[in-house]
Design a protein around this ligand. Structure first.
Ligand SMILES: [Zn+2]
Length: 258
C-alpha cells in the first residue's frame, strides 16, 4: 500500500515514499520475476474466477495524489506493471471546493489524469467521497459517501467500479455490508498482516510501504514469507485504536438514539 511518491522536501507525510526508493523497489520486483495483478484480479482469483500468475504481487495507491500520474505511472508502464488506484473523488483537483473551506491533503489528480491512468491499464477503484472514518458515520451519510464516490467514478470512466479501500482502513460489519449492498466485489483494509489463504474479501489486508521502508524490509514484504517485525508495532497500535473508536461509535449511536 502506497500513498504519495514524493521527496521529503515536497511533503511532510511519513507515508510518502521517495522517488528513488520507489524506482529501486520497482526495479527489484521486475528483476526478480514478480508479476503485478490488480486487486480486482486478486479478488476474482480468490472467488474461483481466474488464476494468479506465479509470484503475483498487488500494488495499491490510496487517495489520488498527483504524483501517481507524474512519478508512479511512467515507471509502472515502463515495466509493464499494473496497480490499483483508490481515488477519493471529492479530493480530486477539479472536483470543486471542499466543504467548510477544508484543504486538500496535497496536490491531487485531475479527472482526466485518472482516466489516463485507467487507459494505461491501471484499475481505478473507490476510496469514498471525502475520506471520513466510515465506521463513525450515521447510516445515511455512510450510504452517501459510498454511493456517490462509486457513481462518480463509473460516470466519468464509463465503466463499472467494483472495488473499495476504506479510508484509514477503518470498517465495521455495517460498513462492509453497505459496500456489498452497493455492488462492490471487494474492499481493502490496512491490517499490516500477510493475507491468509482464505481472506475476507471485504477486509483484504495490506502492508504499508512508507518513507522508512528500506530495501531489506521491502524484499521481505514482497517475498511474503512472514510479516516484518516493524509491522507488529503498527498492529498493536491499530488494534488499540480500533477498540477506542468502536467504543466512541457505540456511545455516539446511543446519544443519537439510533
Ligand atoms: Zn486514504
Amino acid at each position: 500500500m502506497y500513498h504519495e511518491i514524493a521527496p521529503p522536501g515536497e511533503t511532510t507525510s511519513r507515508l510518502a515514499v521517495r522517488p528513488d526508493a520507489w524506482a529501486e523497489q520497482l526495479a527489484y520486483l521486475h528483476g526478480h520475476g514478480y508479476r503485478t495483478v490488480t486487486v480486482r484480479q486478486l479478488a476474482a482469483a480468490l472467488s474461483g474466477h481466474g488464476e494468479l500468475p506465479d509470484q503475483a504481487i498487488v500494488l495499491t495507491f490510496d487517495d489520488g495524489y498527483e504524483d501517481f500520474h507524474r512519478r508512479a505511472l511512467p515507471l509502472l508502464t515502463e515495466y509493464g506493471f499494473t496497480a490499483t488506484l483508490f481515488v477519493t473523488t471529492g479530493w480530486l483537483e477539479d472536483a470543486g471546493p471542499l466543504p467548510d473551506g477544508r484543504d486538500r491533503p496535497g496536490r491531487m489528480l485531475t479527472w482526466s489524469q485518472v482516466a489516463e491512468a485507467r487507459a494505461a491499464g491501471i484499475e481505478i477503484a473507490a476510496h469514498s467521497l471525502l475520506h471520513p472514518q466510515l465506521d463513525q458515520l450515521p447510516p445515511r451519510k455512510l450510504h452517501e459517501e459510498l454511493s456517490t464516490s462509486k457513481a462518480q467514478l463509473e460516470d466519468r470512466l464509463g465503466a463499472p467500479v467494483s472495488g473499495l479501500a476504506y479510508p484509514f482502513g477503518y470498517s465495521s460489519a455495517r460498513v462492509r455490508q453497505a459496500a456489498w449492498d452497493l455492488g462492490h466485489g471487494y474492499a481493502c483494509a490496512v491490517g499490516n498482516v500477510m493475507m491468509s489463504e482464505h481472506p475476507d474479501l471485504f477486509a483484504l489486508p495490506r502492508l504499508t510501504i512508507r518513507r522508512t521502508t528500506g530495501m531489506e524490509m521491502f524484499q521481505e514484504v514482497a517475498r511474503g514469507a512472514s510479516v516484518p517485525q516493524i509491522y507488529l508495532q503498527d498492529r498493536v497500535l491499530t488494534k488499540g485504536w480500533a477498540m477506542v473508536r468502536r467504543t466512541r461509535a457505540a456511545i455516539g449511536s446511543v446519544s443519537r438514539g439510533a
